[in-house]
Design a protein around this ligand. Structure first.
Ligand code: ADP
Length: 590
């Protein structure tokens, strides 16, 4: 129940500026929108400068109609151009966010399972919902920077033309500005990194604990939960305070710089006026240009800070996108007759965490076309073995073969489509019962096929009794159905895919014993001639299997038929005795 500001899913990883920029080569950017925005920005600079000239004339009292109308026109034009810039920028940034989010979702779907677990699903949710919104900032900022640099240079030239000496004094202040803003930029990076980490911590905490609120209430743990939640809220609060502080610091550094410039103009300008080197209105007129220069300079430096901030916000997503990915279509096809081949494990070792093996040097054969039961105590690696068979995880060493084909060389998607996989708890998705049963089958499915699968899973009866039958909404995660009903729908879903291999991992645990036995028998009949692998604790189902594998602490303890194991495996006999099947065992031994 450890909580900290930084979750394991968000462990900080190296994210260079290069990787940051290379992120933007991974999906199409609507350059044309940003280019239009840039061109409009450049035009706007000229309009702003023209308006400044009218302002200077007005300041001098040259209030001719042409000047007033010119000033009004330029001001209106600037507003119109700014609106055009905003439209292009907004549309462009939304498009970038949309495409980056699509890219990230695709990546998450293709992450190797080990990566999903290492990064934690809730962190991934936060990445795709929150972090990615920052992606568009960079493109927008880069274009805006070009426009600001142009504006800055043009205004500097006009300012220098107006008064070269006073402009030279202003140049002396540039290093000060660069130094201050670079420092603020560094802080900005750390601030955004922390902000998005804390956002993740909150998302992770609340998504896990709010969905388990039933258990919190059942255990009367509200008070402890309150404290845990407050810790996540605190983290976010501190990060937001830091963010607010950074904004104040940014505004302060801008104001400070402008103020120092104004003071310098006042000191040097008044001296020049006294010496007759500048007209009396000189300071005022020069300040008009200086104001524009300051504005563009502040823009450039703010863009830099924003780039650094975005680098912090995008770190998690950037590292994730640069990480390993599984290509479901890379590899060989399986031969057509593969369903009749044995599954062979050759010295397979595997661990979820490095140096902590779960399966040790496992060699065994799952015979084709038969029902094989796997037994062993909790944690002995039974479920892990089923996941390896489907290529959800890859062995650390050793090999799995399906007949002549090495599983790791077969297209992952092709391999997995060979298998039907029914777990103790199977997720259903929001939608109707029909949607859930047909999930996993592409194209249209005949109603009769859906009904047939439901009948095999002993689900047709209860579904037809529901007011909307197969169109009944199952709720989020199937929450509107009972555990047993969910399980039958999930079994129907798997059978509809007509798998070559069927893997059942405690599939009957949420069913009553009678239903479990009925479904098991029907499924067995339906799968006749195909390979079925069953992980079960109920020894009455195990005894019915054609072949039985006994695992102990990730190693093979025994394998054979029921009769063989009665003779050779004390562990197997022990399991039978514990469940009151001793008589059967003794009879067979005799
Ligand atoms: P069984 O099905 O025999 O009860 P499992 O195959 O589920 O056992 O688990 C074997 C071991 O692997 C256990 O020690 C378990 O804690 C560990 N384990 C299972 N799943 C994971 C996972 N996703 N990450 C880390 N360890 C896991």
């Amino acid at each position: 129940m450890k909580r900290s500001g930084q979750t394991e899913g968000r462990a900080r990883e190296k994210f260079s500026f290069r990787s940051y920029i290379s992120f933007y080569t991974r999906f199409p950017i609507p350059w044309w929108l940003f280019l239009i925005s840039l061109l409009l920005g450049l035009v706007n600079t000229e309009v702003v400068l023209a308006a400044s000239k009218y302002v200077i004339q007005i300041n001098k009292g040259e209030l001719y109609n042409g000047v007033i109308i010119g000033y009004a026109l330029m001001t209106v034009l600037t507003s119109a151009i700014s609106m055009g810039i905003n439209i292009c920028d907004e549309y462009g940034t939304q498009k970038v966010t949309y495409r980056a989010r699509k890219l990230l979702w695709r990546k998450i779907l293709h992450l190797p399972m080990g990566e999903v677990e290492r990064r934690q699903p809730s962190s991934l949710i936060s990445g795709v919902v929150n972090d990615i919104t920052q992606a568009s900032q960079v493109i927008h900022t880069i274009f805006a920077t070009v426009s600001s640099v142009y504006g800055f240079a043009r205004c500097c030239v006009e300012m220098a033309k107006f008064n070269a000496r006073l402009s030279a004094y202003m140049l002396l202040l540039v290093p000060l500005a660069v130094g201050v803003f670079a420092l603020v930029g560094r802080l900005q990076y750390r601030m955004m990194l922390r902000r998005y980490e804390s956002l993740n911590t909150m998302t992770e905490f609340f998504s896990e604990h709010i969905s388990a609120v039933k258990h919190v209430k059942a255990q009367a743990m509200e008070e402890l939960e309150m404290e845990e939640g407050l810790r996540a809220i605190d983290e976010r609060y501190k990060a937001d305070l830091y963010y607010a502080f950074m904004e104040v610091l940014q505004i302060f550094s801008n104001t400070l710089y402008t103020t120092i410039g104004s003071v310098a103009i006042a000191i040097f300008g008044s001296d020049m006026i006294r010496k007759g080197q500048m007209p009396d209105t000189g300071i005022n007129d020069f300040t008009t240009y200086k104001g524009k220069v300051d504005q563009y300079q502040a823009e450039i430096l703010t863009h830099y800070q924003s780039l650094k901030g975005t680098q912090g916000a995008m770190q998690y997503v950037g590292v994730l996108l640069g990480g390993p990915e599984e290509d479901p279509e890379a590899g060989f096809e399986l031969p057509e007759n593969q369903g009749n081949a044995d599954i062979v494990l050759e010295r397979v070792s595997f661990g979820y965490i490095p140096q902590q093996p779960v399966l040790h040097d496992l060699s065994l054969t799952i015979p084709a076309g038969k029902v094989t039961a796997i037994i062993g105590s909790n944690g002995s690696g039974k479920s892990t073995l089923l996941k390896l068979l489907q290529g959800i995880y890859q062995p650390d060493s050793g090999r799995i073969r399906l007949g002549a084909a090495a599983a790791d060389e077969v297209k992952p998607a092709r391999l997995r489509r060979q298998f039907g996989y029914i777990l103790q708890h199977n997720p259903l998705f929001s939608g109707s019962i029909r949607d859930n049963i047909t999930y996993g089958v592409s194209g249209t499915v005949e109603d009769e096929a859906v009904f047939q699968a439901a009948r095999l899973a002993d689900a047709d009866g209860f579904i037809r009794e529901l007011p909307q039958g197969y169109d009944t909404d199952v709720g989020v995660g199937g929450s509107l159905l009972s555990g047993g009903q969910r399980q039958r729908v999930a079994i129907a879903r798997t059978l509809l895919t007509d798998p070559r291999y069927l893997l059942m991992d405690e599939a009957g645990a949420s069913l009553d014993h009678k239903s479990d036995m009925t479904i098991f028998r029907t499924v067995r009949e339906h799968m006749k001639g195909r390979t079925v692998v069953v992980v079960a604790h109920d020894m009455r189902s195990v005894m019915d299997a054609d072949y039985i594998i006994v695992l102990a602490c990730g190693s093979l303890e025994a394998a054979g038929t029921h009769d063989e194991l009665l003779r050779t495996s004390p562990t197997y006999r022990n399991y039978l005795e514990l469940q009151g099947c001793a008589l059967a065992g003794e009879e067979a031994v005799r």
